[in-house]
Design a protein around this ligand. Structure first.
Ligand code: 6OG
Length: 161
C-alpha cells in the first residue's frame, strides 16, 4: 500500500516526586490540549535525540535518561486530503537538567499523577498514559476519521526474558 504521509514523532513524560510535567500546547496539532513534550523527528536525526531536542526547545530542559515506554500509531487523522499515519515513540524521564520555562510553543505545568487533566487531552491518552505512568510499556493503534477516534487497541508489552 502506498501511504501519503508518514510522521515519526516523540512524546516525553517527565516524572519527578510524584508529579508529571505536561505542556499546554499553544500552537500546532492539539493546540489548547495538555500533552507530553514532543514533536516530529527530523531528517537525519534519531528518535532519542529528537525527543531530547524537543524538550530543550519547548520547555528548556534536558532529560537525563530516557526510558522507551512504547509506540503509538495514529492512523488517518488530521488530514482529509492525504492518508497519513503518525508513529509516536513514548519516553519517560525521571530526572532532568535545567528549569522548565515557557516557550512560544508550550507552557509547562506540573500535575500530580492523580490530577492529570484527561478531559483536556487527546481522547486516546486515558487509554494508555496511566499504564506508562505505572511503568508498563505499551503498543497502541488508533484509527481516526479526520478528528474522530473510531477504533482503538491498546496492549501492554510483555517484557522479554
Ligand atoms: P507537532 O506536529 O506539533 O507535534 N501527538 C499526540 N499525542 C497524544 N497524546 N495523542 C495524540 O492523539 C497525538 N497525536 C500527536 C506527537 C505533535 C505532537 O503531538 C503528539 C507529537 O509530540 C491523536 O510538532
Amino acid at each position: 500500500m502506498n501511504y501519503g504521509m508518514i510522521f515519526i514523532e516523540t512524546l516525553v513524560y517527565v516524572v519527578k516526586e510524584g508529579k508529571v510535567l505536561l505542556i499546554r500546547k499553544k500552537r500546532g496539532l492539539g493546540a489548547g490540549y495538555y500533552n507530553g513534550i514532543g514533536g516530529k523527528v527530523e531528517d537525519g536525526e534519531n528518535v532519542v535525540s529528537a525527543a531530547i531536542r524537543e524538550c530543550r526547545e519547548e520547555v528548556g530542559i534536558t532529560p537525563r535518561n530516557l526510558e522507551w515506554m512504547g509506540l503509538l500509531e495514529f492512523w488517518n487523522y488530521e488530514d482529509d486530503r492525504v492518508e497519513s499515519v503518525h508513529f509516536v515513540h513514548v519516553f519517560l524521564a525521571r530526572d532532568f537538567d535545567g528549569t522548565p520555562r515557557e516557550s512560544s510553543e508550550a507552557e509547562p505545568i506540573w500535575f500530580g499523577i492523580d490530577e492529570i487533566p484527561y478531559n483536556n487531552m487527546w481522547e486516546d491518552d486515558i487509554m494508555w498514559l496511566p499504564k506508562v505512568l505505572s511503568d508498563k510499556r505499551v503498543y497502541g493503534r488508533f484509527e481516526f476519521d479526520r478528528w474522530r477516534l473510531i477504533k482503538s487497541e491498546v496492549y501492554e508489552v510483555i517484557p522479554s526474558k
